[in-house]
Design a binder for this molecule. Structure first.
Ligand code: UGA
Length: 432
């Protein structure tokens, strides 16, 4: 099939590349000339394992093309995916849909035969209705159909998530469009993915409700971890013990720092804002947002406790500063709260991240990037394991055990407390 992806951000680029790899002809469109020229050379603007190889492979075999010409690309395609950003509005919790609607207007100028226009961006319920109205101002409804097809890709795992999804959700009020999409996704469905066909509004809500539910699950286990710390119970036992109940499920039950990234914080706020508009109180999600907001303060309180309130002049190292492993994304990472606080309190901060130096910390007092894990740990009073990169799992702390003052605060529980303690080092985890 001939596809056009509007927006080469995270969702548009990963989905476009994967669709090309499944044998479709894909044009990825973006207004940013430099980005498009770089992509043509195989230079990928985001850190995502495996993506560059797939871009190069599919561009070489001509199934994947890049363009700044939206009009021509739409004319050549049967299915157009809108994959633009929907950030939180300034001074409000609702989603800013300017880019979605302006993409709709642009597309409407180039509809020369029946087109399926798919919204893959995360949008509030009824955005599809408005998009349809915008396009319908200049195009008869028989020439287009607006569909919602949300994505469930995790940063760092996006290619795997695209190829092996649990489900594909298609929200459409048009049978012909649903049939075409069933066909487009058939290679994934034949590998076991469930095809969930709903009306358009339901698909829009499935996306927000999924992210809000996952954020709730994480917040729930984080709060239980707070309790575990007071009663000599290890949260890992609780996660296993409850997760094995199929009604609960074991995934997304890892206690850790506050959840972050470009999705959960934004989408939990947006679903509450949508519900407010429809006079519905989503009290559970509201308290999830609140609990996550104060989580970093709780972790800092524990750092103070671990350090016996002596932070000034202590060397504190962070291993990993992004919002999770396998990404270079700093958006809403809890390190953005933890590091400035500790630096202000007079600590000397060293941080190492496999994705390199972070400009977010360049103007902070006494804060420097270390070139290696070893450089970060050497001479430290406290090592905070902030993300769960595989590189950190193989650290041999025996090497550092001569430094008896060294304390480890493992915010991802990747080490066994008893093994580290056997080395004579002080170890703290989350919920243990
Ligand atoms: C999330 C969803 O998982 C995707 O399904 C969705 O498509 C995406 O948002 C989106 O809306 O675009 P992502 O933000 O990439 O994906 O990252 P996650 O792996 O979900 O992690 C989010 C946050 O939760 C991270 O801070 C992570 O460290 C934290 N987390 C996750 C935990 O603390 N514990 C867990 O068990 C899982």
């Amino acid at each position: 099939m001939k596809l056009c992806m509007i927006g080469t951000g995270y969702v548009g680029l990963v989905s476009g590349v994967c669709f090309a790899d499944l044998g479709n002809d894909v044009i990825c469109v973006d207004k940013d000339y430099n980005k498009i020229e770089n992509l043509k050379k195989g230079v990928v603007p985001i850190y995502e394992p495996g993506l560059e190889e797939l871009v190069l492979k599919n561009h070489k075999n001509k199934r994947l093309n890049f363009s700044t010409d939206l009009s021509e690309s739409v004319k050549k395609s049967d299915i157009i995916f809108i994959c633009v950003g929907t950030p939180t509005k300034k001074n409000s919790n609702s989603a800013d849909l300017t880019q979605v609607y302006s993409a709709g207007k642009e597309i409407s100028k180039s509809i020369n035969k029946f087109k399926i226009i798919i919204n893959k961006s995360t949008v509030p319920v009824a955005t599809g209705d408005k998009l349809e109205k915008i396009i319908n101002k200049s195009v008869n409804k028989k020439y287009f159909s607006v569909v919602s097809n949300p994505e469930f890709l995790r940063e760092g795992e996006a290619i795997r998530d695209f190829i092996y999804p649990d489900r594909v959700v298609v929200g459409s009020n048009n049978k012909k469009a649903t049939k075409i999409l069933r066909n487009l996704y058939s290679p994934l469905v034949s590998k076991g993915a469930k095809f969930v066909s709903t009306n358009r509004r339901a698909a829009e809500l499935i996306k927000y409700a999924s992210n809000a539910f996952l954020a709730t699950k994480i917040t729930f286990i984080n709060e239980i971890a707070n309790l575990c710390e007071k009663i000599d119970v290890n949260i890992e036992d609780i996660s296993i013990g409850i997760g094995l109940d199929k009604r609960i499920g074991s995934r997304f039950l890892r206690a850790g720092p506050a959840y972050g990234g470009s999705c959960f914080p934004k989408d939990t706020k947006a679903i509450v804002s949508t519900a407010d508009k429809f006079k519905t109180n989503l009290s559970v999600i509201k308290s999830v947002i609140k609990s996550n907001k104060i989580r970093s303060d709780l972790l800092l309180k524990r750092v103070n406790l671990i350090m016996k309130n002596k932070i000034n002049n202590k060397t504190i190292s962070f291993l990993g500063v992004t919002f999770k492993a396998n990404t270079d994304d700093m958006r809403d990472s809890s390190s953005l709260k933890l590091i400035p606080y500790l630096s202000k309190k007079g600590a000397k901060i060293k941080y190492y991240d496999p994705t390199g130096f972070k400009k977010e910390f360049e103007n902070l007092k006494n804060t420097e990037f270390s070139n290696s894990i070893n450089e970060a740990i050497k001479g430290s009073d406290l090592v905070i394991i902030h993300t769960e990169w595989n590189d950190f799992k193989s650290i041999n702390f025996k090497k550092y055990s001569k430094n008896k003052k060294l304390i480890i605060y493992d915010m991802r529980n990747i080490f066994s407390p008893s093994k580290i303690k056997k080395l004579g080092l002080k170890y703290y985890g989350i919920g243990c």
